[in-house]
Ligand binder design. Structure first.
Ligand code: MSP
Length: 663
């Protein structure tokens, strides 16, 4: 039988800034759902990637002094770049698209032309406001207090010849899609979209720019590049081979089952994206899910200080699985949540170290101690169950169904809550059965004790299967400790109480989730972050700045009056009582020694300059410093490094005679 298909995507990331834990959130959620669907036996396509065009990237590359392609290559492919981060976080994407990939660029050009030929894209004049960081056009009425409604930053006036997409034509169909179907989830996002964008009237959308060039060129009108969101949204189809020959899965996987996106880009995915697909007469994705944001003290993650948000540091300190788990367990997926390092440590300690870790280590230790690591065969059915046996078995047997219900509605936090109810129930079962008391009289209670142990192992196994999409590596270790063959831990067996062999070899292995000392860990985090900052600074090199260039011209005759000459240092000494000044005795070729004072002691020891050939301007009026006369000025090159002034005297070839004119 052909497997059911499931196509899931994350947003494609802007490779402009370092990704923080907030960015990681969506990709981890997508990964957990993709792994869950694979566990259920579906044929999954999980796509992620990078959104590499646009003015913001062009500007950042310019600042960094590299081409835009060099800039994005470094952030996507380079050390600790986007791809490295997903590898570290154990992200199981099946494909990775870069919007600078040739096949994508060619497909976008064809898509743009198709909508143009259809009359849905037309040429007009764009007049409005543009928010550069968000790459978004806004009409006056959409601004909030004159600022970008998404990010609250200043917007710029923009007017240029541009292409427009007839978004207005699709307004009614989009309204119906949002209001009458479950296309957009959670439901609260529908009201937001309808009230803010559909009710005020959908205006046509500007879909090309001429003021910068880093984008997909409109191939039938040179000078225009395709608006970055048109380019970006179609990634979901070009990565499957839509209008290209690089991939051949479009018919198999499109339409997508769900796009996971952050709340601020729901507008693009639930209004613009379906309208363009309607124009292209392509099927619409089944769902768009707009998740909430991780905030710091209620504010934006990129802005605030005082918490480590670098996923590399957090994963190094606490482990990848603990971090993945924390993100999914703590924050309801559709709402915003406040991130903090304390909360992360608390969650690890409570859920992973205390509840899950203790259950596994206590159970495996007891099977080791009382049965030498192997329970007697047949023990799964021994001894009459008490009410708490039945309760545990019923809860664990029904767990898969409750978990599935939550996962199918994209509520991973609820699925994990259900798993932890069973883990907590199992820990309580240890207290209720008091195995250490039973063990005192093995002859009398041996069979009962073996049965209790089996129930604990089996409850742990079922929880392990359902936790594996969230913590794949730790669950493999967990299976090894309880003697469960990883290959046999299937979706089906998660609903089969008793699937674990009752004579499996149990070993108490390493502690899966050691308890974390909060104060110590917070201090260590701070130190790790300081170290990472220092390393990044060292890798980037010092910040070098030169003085702004003169805006005014100097006329040629005035310039020619400046008498620059080569001078040779005959003697040089520090001026008494001055920290800065050096006194030079110079041969300027005139036959008479010349004295110049220069405030450069900070950079040069006087004796090192004797014999050097320097450059000086000689026809400045004499000037007195510290009671000594200076007749001219030595020429230096000056810049700053990390804000500190750096100076180099201009030294020329010693074969140049004293007095040679510079012109
Ligand atoms: N390039 C666009 C997406 C194009 S999709 C066709 C983009 N990129 S982004 O890098 O700025 O953001 C990627 C995702 O990270 C978005 O879904 C965004 O909501 C999410 N997040 C960024 N900061 C976040 C938090 N602090 N918390 C949760 N998600 C956050 O938008």
């Amino acid at each position: 039988m052909e497997k059911q298909k499931f196509y899931i995507t994350t947003p494609i990331y802007y490779p402009s800034d370092k990704l923080h834990i907030g960015h990681t959130y969506c990709t981890v959620a997508t990964d957990a759902v993709a792994r869950y669907k694979r566990l259920k036996g579906l044929d999954v396509m999980f796509l992620t990637g990078t959104d590499e065009h646009g003015q913001k990237i062009e500007e950042k590359a310019k600042e960094a002094g590299v081409t835009p392609k060099e800039f994005v290559d470094r952030i996507v492919e380079g050390p600790k770049g986007v791809k490295d981060l997903w590898k570290l976080m154990n992200i199981s994407n099946d494909r990775f698209i870069r919007t600078t990939d040739d096949y994508h660029v060619a497909s976008v050009q064809k898509i743009f032309k198709k909508m143009y030929d259809k009359g849905d894209i037309y040429k007009g004049k764009y007049k409005g406001k543009y928010c550069t960081p968000c790459e978004s056009f806004w009409t006056e009425s959409q601004l909030v207090d004159g600022k970008c409604p998404d990010c609250g930053r200043e917007v710029q006036d923009a007017e240029e010849e541009a292409y427009f997409f007839r978004l207005s034509k699709y307004a009614d169909r989009i309204r119906n899609l949002l209001e009458d179907t479950d296309f957009l989830q959670p439901r609260s996002r529908v009201n937001e979209m309808v009230r803010n964008f559909i009710d005020p009237g959908l205006e046509d959308l500007c879909v090309s720019r001429t003021s910068f060039s880093w984008g997909v060129p409109v191939d039938f009108d040179p000078g225009h590049v395709v608006y970055v969101w048109v380019d970006a949204l179609f990634n979901y189809t070009t990565a499957l081979g839509f209008l290209n020959d690089t991939y051949h899965d479009y018919d198999k996987y499109w339409p997508a089952d769900v796009h996971f996106v952050g709340k601020e880009i729901v507008r693009f995915h639930s209004i613009i994206w379906p309208a363009m697909l309607m124009s292209m007469e392509m099927p619409l994705p089944k769902h768009v899910f707009g998740h909430g944001w991780l905030l710091l003290d209620g504010g934006k993650m990129s802005k605030s200080k005082g918490n480590v948000v670098d996923p590399y540091i957090l994963a190094e300190k606490f482990g990848v699985d603990a971090l993945r788990f924390f993100l999914m367990r703590t924050f309801p997926f559709g709402s915003d949540g406040n991130f903090s390092n304390e909360l992360l440590i608390q969650t690890i300690n409570t859920d992973l170290a205390n509840d899950l870790g203790n259950l596994v280590s206590r159970t495996t230790a007891m099977v080791g101690k009382y049965f030498g690591g192997k329970l007697p065969e047949g023990c799964r059915t021994w001894a009459a169950p008490e009410s708490f046996d039945t309760e545990l078995i019923t809860m664990a047997s029904g767990l898969r169904a409750r978990y599935e219900e939550a996962m199918e509605t994209f509520a991973p936090h609820k699925a994990l809550e259900e798993v932890f109810k069973v883990i907590q129930r199992a820990n309580k079962y240890i207290d209720e059965t008091a195995p250490w008391v039973l063990a005192k009289d093995m002859e009398q209670n041996g069979k009962r004790l073996a049965h209790v142990m089996y129930n604990l192992l089996e409850a742990t196994r079922i929880c392990g299967i359902l936790l594996s999409p969230f913590m794949p590596e730790s669950c493999e270790k967990l299976f090894a400790q309880i003697g469960a063959d990883t290959q046999a831990q299937t979706w089906d067996s998660a609903a089969q109480w008793g699937a674990l062999s009752d004579s499996a070899a149990v070993t108490k292995g390493e502690n899966l989730f050691p308890r974390i000392d909060m104060d110590k860990a917070l201090d260590e985090l701070e130190a790790l972050e300081a170290q990472a900052r220092a390393e990044a600074k060292a890798a980037a090199g010092p910040v070098v700045e030169v003085e702004p260039y003169a805006e005014e011209y100097v006329d040629f005759d005035t310039f020619c009056k400046s008498d620059f000459r080569a001078v040779k240092v005959k003697a040089c000494e520090a001026v008494k009582k001055s920290a800065k000044l050096l006194r030079f005795t110079l041969d300027d070729g005139s036959g008479t020694d010349r004295q110049i004072l220069s405030g450069i002691h900070k950079w040069y020891e006087p004796e090192t300059l004797v014999g050097k050939t320097l450059v000086a301007i000689l026809n400045l009026p004499p000037r007195k410093m510290m009671g000594l006369e200076s007749n001219g000025m030595l020429i230096s090159a000056v810049h700053t490094e990390d804000g500190e002034e750096v100076l180099h005297l201009l030294m020329v070839d010693d074969s140049i005679p004293a007095g040679a004119k510079m012109c």
